[in-house]
Design a protein around this ligand. Structure first.
Ligand code: SAH
Length: 257
């Protein structure tokens, strides 16, 4: 009974702020193939932009999940180290909310790049001439994400449209700053000032912000005077942006789970 209540809470909590129409559709876009999954997200209004649909169609989720039999479910899945690849409808949300900035030639940062799925979609959207940079603090995930990307998207790395680096994403990745867009894939405990600092004027950052009792998806649009316009979108539940050691402890103290 308790676990059912928790599940109902998480599902309604996660989908609260989507529009009334989409609220019913989130979590119901699973498919039996990658194409079916993306078509369902599109039919259900969770992808509205053709460019984003095409980018997601190009990046097969099965290349990035541990469980190949559940790759096309619209839910997060464990990728080890106490973290998950996000649900497909959250990947589409991140791309949709940043779509104006994910244009050919743009430079974008994916903080907490994990499986590498979203970074690969971003790289497709900003080429030619642009670059998507993933920053991930667990070396095992950095290596695995590069392996995942190399299965069908080695060209992105070879042509310099995609890089994954190991580092603490809370500090951004200063050597390639400023960015047109920054996506944060784990929850920041407060306003991510350092990341906002690394945005271009006119650039946009999207991040889940909060703690395990409550998080909101927030966008920050950088203004010419260096300040930002903040917009709150919806309640979400993400793993925290944390330090390496705490994450290893959470994953059972082992380096690999
Ligand atoms: N968008 C990714 C999300 C992975 S979950 C995907 O769908 O695959 C969040 C990721 O953030 C995890 O991989 C976790 O290891 C990473 N992370 C947490 N804290 C971090 C930090 N301080 N710096 C960099 N990465 C971090």
């Amino acid at each position: 009974m308790f676990s059912i209540l928790i599940a109902v809470f998480i599902i309604s909590y996660h989908s609260l702020p989507l529009t009334a129409f989409n609220q019913r559709k989130a979590w119901h876009s699973s498919g039996s193939t990658h194409q079916e999954l993306i078509e369902n997200l599109y039919k259900n209004g969770l992808i509205t932009d053709e460019r984003i649909k095409n980018a997601m169609l190009q990046v097969d989720r099965a290349d990035f999940t541990n469980d190949k039999f559940d790759a096309y479910s619209d839910r997060p899945q464990s990728i080890g180290y106490a973290v998950t690849i996000s649900a497909p409808h959250m990947h589409s949300f991140g791309l949709e909310i940043l779509k104006d900035k994910l244009q050919p030639g743009a430079k974008v940062l994916d903080v907490g790049s994990g499986s590498g799925y979203l970074t690969a979609c971003m790289a497709h959207l900003v080429r030619p001439g642009g670059k998507a940079i993933g920053i991930e603090h667990i070396q095992g995930l950095v290596d695995k994400s590069i392996m995942n990307i190399n299965k069908h998207h080695k060209n992105l790395i070879d042509e310099n449209s995609l890089e994954i680096h190991k580092g603490d994403g809370r500090q951004g990745y200063i050597s390639e700053a400023p960015y047109d867009a920054i996506h944060v894939g784990a929850a920041a405990s407060g306003t991510p000032y350092e990341l906002i600092r690394q945005l271009k004027v006119g650039g946009r950052l999207v991040a889940p912000v909060g703690n395990s009792f409550g998080q909101e998806m927030i966008t920050y649009d950088k203004k010419a005077d260096g300040t930002y316009y903040e917009q709150r979108h919806m309640a979400v539940m993400y793993v925290p942006l944390t330090d390496e050691k705490s994450q290893y402890v959470k994953s059972g103290g082992r380096k690999q789970i």
